[in-house]
Design a protein around this ligand. Structure first.
Ligand code: NAP
Length: 244
């Protein structure tokens, strides 16, 4: 086992998009980053890009929809480092057969919930013993404004017409994970927060998002690097607090 002096971060779904940028910018601060990827080759390519930029990056093979792969990754991190300082639950999907509640395909809703909510829950459960060994542990759940019940209930919300029951429910459930974990861990050093990237041009939306990837990654990075006086149990985007 290495005896790491540097902090260790795991970012799920970090082989591309917002997760890759989160890994890159956390890595630039001197943190060792574990590039979570379900596709090993894609993960190795992403980690090699970061290493070429001078970042201490390693691949962590994790398919968040495959609980055995999560357990295996936790075992590898345990034997390799003995602790984890930062967990960013970023991996997420949408599904072309998800959609408005009256017509969304149930199998699609199930797939989205399994990855975006159950995946994050499973990774968090598996990594919590490692996070408890850190002096300043941080958990960031990469949510979405589409997961806000308040915004969904507001007809004037700019994305009010974007009704994807599986995706929005998965992110609302992820926010519940943030709230409940923050409560349960309130007497520890662990801080748990939800980040809303905002509408960002990535593969997830055919690059129709209006923000750049660094803009989309900014809030999750801020929350991952919070100092000890930072908040826990919050939901925010790069402009400020988002209503639950
Ligand atoms: P993206 O470019 O499609 O990246 C998604 C990442 O998640 C990819 O690395 C993907 O891996 C990974 N992933 C998907 N399913 C996985 C699984 N079962 N196990 C492990 N990794 C998995 O999308 P993105 O826009 O960067 O999305 C990142 C996060 O931001 C997501 O949680 C998304 O919901 C959230 N978000 C995005 C926007 C936006 O406008 N882009 C807005 C709000 C929230 P593969 O390469 O193998 O598919």
């Amino acid at each position: 086992m290495e005896t790491p002096t540097k902090r260790i971060a795991l970012v799920t779904g970090a082989n591309k998009g917002i997760g890759f940028e989160i890994a890159r910018q956390i890595g630039r601060t001197g943190v060792t980053v574990l590039v979570g990827a379900r596709n090993k080759a894609a993960g190795e390519e992403a980690a090699a890009t970061l290493v070429a930029e001078g970042i201490d990056a390693r691949v962590a093979a994790i398919d968040v929809a495959d609980y055995a792969s999560i357990e295996a990754a936790a075992a590898t991190i345990t034997s390799g480092f003995g602790r984890l300082d930062i967990l960013v639950n970023n991996a997420g999907i949408n599904d072309p057969s998800d959609g408005p509640a009256p017509t969304a395909r149930l199998d699609a809703v199930e797939r989205v919930l399994r990855t975006n909510f159950l995946g994050a829950l499973a990774v968090t459960q598996a990594m919590l013993p490692l996070l408890r060994k850190s002096k300043a542990p941080r958990i960031v759940n990469v949510s979405s404004g589409l997961g806000s019940l308040t915004q969904n209930a507001d007809p004037a919300y700019p994305y009010a017409a974007a009704k994807f029951i599986g995706y929005s429910a998965s992110k609302a459930a992820l926010n519940m994970l943030t709230v409940q974990l923050a409560y349960l861990l309130r007497d520890t050093a662990i801080k748990v927060n939800s980040a809303d990237p905002g509408y960002t041009a990535t593969d997830l939306n055919g690059h129709r998002g209006t923000q750049t990837i660094p803009e989309g990654a900014a809030e999750a990075i801020r929350l991952a690097l919070l100092t000890d006086d930072g908040p826990t149990g919050t939901y925010s985007d790069r402009k400020g607090i988002v209503p639950w």
